[in-house]
Design a protein around this ligand. Structure first.
Ligand SMILES: NC(=O)c1ccc[n+]([C@@H]2O[C@H](COP(=O)([O-])OP(=O)(O)OC[C@H]3O[C@@H](n4cnc5c(N)ncnc54)[C@H](OP(=O)(O)O)[C@@H]3O)[C@@H](O)[C@H]2O)c1
Length: 333
């Protein structure tokens, strides 16, 4: 018998990490096409920090609790949808959520759940969904990165970056990253990046031109935008694709539009959270087919920087904002 009340990390206001507090909530109820998970671990992502500051509201219908990914055990759910997905009560799953992950129990659409890859513990599994769904959707679907092409990842040591490095290498691309320190650059290279550029001490555009002997890169995964866009457009190869997934450097960008036509460039981007369940479900199927075997074989691994008890979510957020981490920060219950 499951309990009726759960612990959850709530936002008591918008503001600094101190607005995160452990409180009590009624258990959420799984509706049609959904299941209820007893959460063992909850991944932290930079969008949670934006939500905490009041800059990233949950989409309509989503939980007001933060948290975009969890791992745990299925406790109940829509039996027909679960049967169709091959899931049963008691299965270990990880799930992509539109919110509600910072809690002992959460509801997830069955289509957004994946089995925990063999050999992974709960913390490792909770660190998978948000970055793997985002990177797959943006680098391989929108960006159409192919084997033999070159990818530039801005922010290679981020949760997103460590996933992008490993996925792109596993699929036969050359990977260049930027990171904010020499130590982080070394960690990115250890993860498989072919080249790492310290963006604080080097000009990334000059370095990319040097590394690619003037040809440029085929795809850029950009989480900075702002003043980066002008230089990014300059270092895209013919038919290159710029994929913007965040605007940490600002939303305004001025760039040479003539390059877009002369080199046939694509400037695109997306944000995963508000997309429909069917869209996310299709990514889940692609990940299960193309990526889960690589994780189970050990050729791609989640990169865990640190874990915190859920009651210390404020410390976990402070660490993320300090940018001292490489890879993922995870809460445990
Ligand atoms: N569009 C979507 O669907 C989607 C989904 C998930 C996440 N995101 C976004 O993706 C980004 C990464 O998320 P995360 O959870 O992985 O966060 P994270 O681990 O906190 O990483 C943030 C990264 O931004 C890098 N960065 C900041 N300023 C930079 C600059 N001027 N040049 C290069 N890199 C810079 C940091 O690099 P240093 O630490 O080396 O300075 C750090 O690696 C966030 O902006 C997040 O909002 C978007």
């Amino acid at each position: 018998m499951e309990k009726q009340v759960m612990r959850a990390v709530e936002l008591t206001a918008f503001g600094g990490p101190e607005v995160l507090r452990l409180g009590e909530r009624a258990l959420p109820v799984a509706g049609a096409g959904e299941l209820l998970i007893r959460v063992a671990a909850s991944g932290i992502n930079r969008p949670d920090v934006l939500q905490r500051k009041g800059h990233y509201a949950p989409p309509p219908g989503a939980s007001d609790l933060p948290g975009l990914e969890v791992a745990g055990v299925v406790v109940s759910g829509d039996e027909a949808a679960m049967a169709e997905a091959g899931l049963r009560v008691g299965d270990r799953v990880c799930a992509l959520l539109a919110g509600g992950g910072y809690a002992e129990y959460c509801v997830a659409p069955v289509a957004q759940c994946l089995p925990v890859p063999q050999g992974l513990d709960d913390v490792q599994a909770a660190a998978l969904p948000e970055t793997f769904f985002t990177v797959w959707s943006n680098v391989f679907d929108r960006g159409a990165l192919k084997a033999g092409e070159t990818l530039l990842v801005q922010g290679g040591s981020s949760g997103i970056g460590v996933t992008a490095i490993q996925l792109a290498k596993a699929r036969g691309a050359t990977v260049i990253v930027t990171a904010g320190s020499d130590a982080k650059c070394a960690e990115c290279v250890a993860l498989g990046a072919d080249h790492a550029i310290n963006y604080r001490s080097q000009d990334f555009a000059e370095e990319v031109r040097r590394i690619t002997a003037g040809k440029g890169v085929d795809v850029i995964l950009d989480m900075v935008a702002g003043g980066y866009v002008a230089r990014e457009v300059q270092i895209l190869a013919e038919d290159g694709r710029l994929v913007i997934i965040a605007v940490q450097g600002g939303v305004q960008a001025e760039f040479d539009a003539g390059l877009v036509l002369r080199r046939r460039l694509v400037v695109t981007g997306s944000t995963l959270r508000p997309r429909p369940v069917a869209f996310k479900g299709a990514i889940a199927q692609a990940l299960r087919r193309e990526v889960w075997p690589l994780i189970e074989a050990g050729s791609i691994r989640p990169v865990i920087h640190s874990t915190f008890a859920a009651a210390d979510a404020d410390k976990a957020h402070a660490l993320m904002e300090s940018s001292q981490h490489t890879g993922k920060i995870v809460l445990t219950w």
